[in-house]
Design a protein around this ligand. Sequence first.
Ligand SMILES: Nc1ncnc2c1ncn2[C@@H]1O[C@H](COP(=O)(O)OP(=O)(O)OP(=O)(O)O)[C@@H](O)[C@H]1O
Ligand SMILES: [Mg+2]
Length: 275
Amino acid sequence: MNAVQVIAVAGGRGGCGKTNVAVNLALALAALGRQTMILDADLTLANAHLLLGLVAKRTIADVLCGTCSVEQAMLTHKRKNVRLLPGASGDLSMANLSVAQQAGLIHAVSEISESLDVLIIDTAAGISETTLKFVQASRQILVVITDEPASIKGAYILIKLLSRNYGVTHFHIVTNMTRSLHEGRALFARLVQITDRFLSVVLDYLGDLPFDEKVRSAAQKYQCVFEAYPKSNCAITYQKLAQKIDRWPLPAYPRAHLEFFGDRLLTAPLEQLAS
Ligand SMILES: Nc1ncnc2c1ncn2[C@@H]1O[C@H](COP(=O)(O)OP(=O)(O)OP(=O)(O)O)[C@@H](O)[C@H]1O
Ligand SMILES: [Mg+2]
C-alpha cells in the first residue's frame, strides 16, 4: 500500500471557492496521472458532485449509518482516475458528527481497497469541530482566501484555532477570484502580516487563481472549469498548482493523532524493506 497525499481545502468564509479548488485540483492531478479521490466533507450542503456531473445516490450519511461501505458510496468520474465520496445534503443530524463518528469516517475512508495517490477533502464553510477535525487529520492544508476583510478575518480565525487547539502549524494559501497576480500576492502578504504578529505558524503561498467568468459557465454545465474550459486562465493556473502539489513530499511516518491513511505509513517501510 502506497502513502497517500491528503489535502484538506479550507477557508475562513463561505463561498471563497473551496469546492471549486478541491474539484479542479483533483482533476488537474488526475491529468498528471494520479489516482485521486475527493471527499465531500460538506455534510449538510454537499455540492462537489454537481461540478463533476455525478448523481449522488449514497452518501457519507449512509456510510456512517452502516448501510453501505465507502466503496459502495463512491462514484467514478468519466475521467476514471477521479473518484468522489459524496457528502450528505439536507440532513441536519450530519451538521455535527460525534467524536466516534468522525473517527469512524476517517478509519472507513483510510481502509478503501482502491489504489489512491491523493485524497482531497472539500470542507464545509465555517469552523465546526467536525471540519477542524478533518483538517487536523490531513497532512497538507490549503486555505483559500479572497480579497475581502471577512475572508482575511475568517482565515485568521481558522488558522488560530487550528494552531492553538489542533496542533496544526503549516498552511498553504491560495488566493482566489483576484483581478491580478499582484492583488493575490498583496492579499497573501496581508494575511502573513497578521499571523506573524499573533501566531506561531508557517504560511506558504501556493498561488493565485484569477477571477474567471468561465468558472460559473462551467458550473452551469455541471462541470468544473478545468474540464469545461481547459484553455481558460483558471484551468491553466490549476494545472500549475497541481504540478507544484505533485512535487510535495509524501508523508513518511504516522502522526501521533488520528489521520487519514495514517496506518499505511506504518506498513510502508516494511514493504519497502521486503521488496
Ligand atoms: N476563480 C473564480 N472565478 C470566478 N468565480 C469563482 C471562482 N472560484 C469560485 N467562483 C465562484 O464562487 C462561488 C463559490 O464557489 P464555491 O462553491 O467553490 O465556494 P465554497 O467556498 O465551496 O462555498 P461554500 O462555503 O458554500 O461551500 C461559485 O459561484 C463559483 O462559481
Ligand atoms: Mg463548498
